[in-house]
Design a protein around this ligand. Sequence first.
Ligand code: OOB
Length: 542
Amino acid sequence: MTLTPGVDSPTWPREFAERYRAAGYWRGETFGGVLRERAAAHPDRLALVDPAPERRTWTYRELDERADRLAAGFAARGIGRGDRVVVQLPNIGEFVEVVFALFRIGALPVYALPAHRETEIGYFCTFAEAVAYVIPGSYGGFDYRDLAARVRKQTPSLRHVFVGGDPGEHTALSEVPCEPSGSYEGPEPHELAFLQLSGGTTGVPKLIPRTHDDYLYSLWGSNEICGVDADTRFLVALPAAHNFPMSSPGWLGVLYAGGTTVLCPKPDPATAFPLIESERITMTGLVPPLALVWTDAAQEAEQDLSGLELVLVGGAKYSEQAARRLEPALGCRLMQVFGMAEGLVNYTRLDDDLETIVTTQGRPISPDDEVRIVDDAGNDVPDGEFGHLLTRGPYTIRGYWRAPEHNARSFTEDGFYRTGDIVRRTPTGHLVVEGRAKDQINRGGEKVAPEEVENIILAHPSVHDVSVVAVPDEYLGERSLAYVILREGALPLKPVSIKRFVRERGIAAYKVPDLVEFVDAFPQTGVGKVSKKQLRSTAEQY
Ligand code: OOB
């Protein structure tokens, strides 16, 4: 089935789409087509480096050919335009080959993170009615093949499990490629390219439908702002499936510009710094806790980091003090990024003064990004005052995938996305993130929806009620704290048994509550609901 935006998710009204095309934002390109063009223009330029465990490289021609052969193999196995494929690969070359192969046939990658476990993967596969699931064999001490076997049993739509490595009972990815026969028709630029994951505020994560047209605009728009060109050598230090390292400007932006992407298996300085030196890295993106670690480690680094020109920091609030230390320590420029997988991305600019770079989270990519800052009643606040950030524009979605009820809450009637962020605008149009109205925990850039964790803890036989809130943390920015009320007569529990219970349910480790506290009752609001606001302020003493 071909999935067009507007069918499974709301899309831009015709007059907006026409305007974005006329303005030249939507160029009528597809990902598969872009790779083909770059391979024709500069076949021998280096596109991709996977340094571990032994260095492998792909020129643009090689990447194009391998994506073609893999696409043909997927098509021969019946995977077609509009089919969903859950891709859960770490930072390895196969990730890029697989997604370009899927782009080419118009199948939609659903980007899972390596940290996701049975709860999340089972949900993605079922909800997206995925026909295939792509995994590494065993990676980072975890065997994804066992996870796949369990998910497969519970997901009738799932016909294939492809493994990059020893396949066990599944199919090796290396067996899939075959001679391209031109048997499939590629997607149209206005069609969906993939489904990205939302940070989420609800019991289950939402899927974010992005089209070729809109996402490609966010890439080349980012490239112009960040100065990405064919000489850029970008290190993917964060998980490649996350929207930030993928598109801001990320590995897809760098491939669009004809530059070189180097995949970093782990983001710690001991792994990343030698690569910065040996691969002559010029640019990378980091979340604030990593930026802190890199800033400290750079003082004593033995490696030559002088090739590094620009480090982007985003995903969570970067403190001004930490921001001031980055440029002198790493000997490069800093750019703050405030973005969201739903669309809108803000950058400080290369020619902004230092004060703007360290005290703001940037301004939007596009002149046609519409930003409104409103009070609780939805009225615009005067410039300089803070309020709720609403946005719409040429690369911000008009609705989540197959979620009409949620969409009615998350978008205004005229199509503005309610970001849930509290911001203010400076006279230069830069945004400063002041806080958050949405019920979410931002754990150093990794987003946790309290409701998702609460639902798991509620399944514990001794638990009567639970409320999960954020606690300030010096390093991560925030950590999670679960306030638990035990059932009457239940035997006392230790925090560790709640944590173990959550972990054993098969959920990403970053969602397991950092702290658990047992209480007798929750503070109530006037209307008798649990007051998360009051719980949060109690939690601040931690
Ligand atoms: C990025 O995307 P998501 O979808 O994981 O998370 C988006 C949310 C924002 O709504 C905001 O609450 C928070 O993450 N956030 C920031 C921030 N950047 C993101 N909060 C404060 N300061 C910042 N600089 O996180 C993302 C996507 C593309 C580029 C960069 C980050």
